[in-house]
Design a protein around this ligand. Structure first.
Ligand code: A2H
Length: 262
């Protein structure tokens, strides 16, 4: 991380079907016709075509915050507070004085949301993707929600592989972690499945191999950014360096994303 805030793209993943535990908690708190979104923060908007699930930290507390008359966001309280300063909340001025101005309508641990079905913008999986647990999500970064792109993120790849292997242990359906992984970006050194290539060749066995994953993440990021070429989408054939901002702008223009600084 450099100096100053990180410019993320916050993506809006609309809830289609709640996990049973959440359904009960929201029943009389959120109107039936409202739209609720998980809002993962990403540095790689050009990879959103390949989303296969969306991660929450199972032990992290999330709020469901009312952002407009008909829209609600799910994120950490810390992120909601940042968003309020960035003018995202209709009834809070841009310089809220204290966090009491920003109460969630519902607050739950990430584990409660596991299994919720969401619609991920641009994803080839138009049938929707599931909310799944990821132990390495940090409550102190971004929105506390991380969308999963296993083709290009070593962390995401290592995590879904572990989830599929130990589905019963995690209390999930195996098929939720086994959506097809699509090649998105061609690179000279790692082919078109950068994350899998690095996880396999570096013999990363678990999402807990933090040091190796950090190294794989750096390699994947620089190779993808400086040498990658898009294989899919509106900017297919273009270098990632050019496509990145174009995909981001396209998502913002369609109302599926917004800029978020952290
Ligand atoms: B990235 P930086 Cl394909 N905890 O999005 C842990 N990780 C988080 C997070 C949190 N609270 N908030 C965001 N992130 C992840 C896509 C992606 C990402 C790809 C490849 C690499 C990659 C799909 N997941 O990140 O520490 C998000 O995952 C590696 C740079 O602010 C976000 O972008 O540099 C990235 O980490 C932000 O990490």
């Amino acid at each position: 991380e450099g100096i100053g805030p990180t410019e993320y793209t916050a993506l809006k993943l609309q809830v289609k079907e709640w996990a049973p535990e959440v359904a009960k908690s929201v029943e009389d708190k959120i109107p039936k016709d409202a739209t609720v979104y998980f809002v993962p923060a990403t540095l790689r908007p050009e990879t959103m075509y390949g989303q296969t699930c969306c991660f929450v930290g199972p032990k992290i507390k999330y709020g469901i915050f009312k952002v407009s008359e008909s829209e609600y966001f799910i994120c950490t309280k810390r992120a909601a507070w940042n968003m309020a300063f960035q003018g995202k909340f209709f009834d809070v001025d841009n310089f809220p004085r204290d966090q009491s101005e920003l109460q969630p309508v519902v607050e739950l641990s990430g584990s409660a949301f596991v299994g919720t079905l969401v619609k991920a913008p641009l994803s080839v999986h138009t049938e929707g993707v599931r909310i799944l647990p990821m132990d390495s999500v940090l409550a102190t970064k971004g929105t506390g929600v991380v969308t999963c792109v296993p083709s290009d993120s070593p962390d995401d790849y290592a995590t879904i592989r572990d989830l599929a292997k130990k589905a019963d242990f995690y209390g999930i359906k195996k098929e939720w972690a086994e959506l097809e992984i699509l090649p998105l970006i061609e690179t000279p050194s790692y082919g078109n499945m950068t994350a899998k290539y690095l996880v396999d060749t570096m013999k990363i066995n678990s999402p807990k191999d933090a040091a190796q994953l950090a190294q794989a993440k750096d390699l994947a990021y620089s190779e993808g950014f400086y040498k990658g070429k898009m294989l899919v989408g509106e900017f297919k054939g273009q270098p990632v360096q050019e496509a990145k901002d174009r995909v981001r702008q396209s998502l913002i223009d369609s109302g599926d994303a917004f800029p978020f600084a952290d």
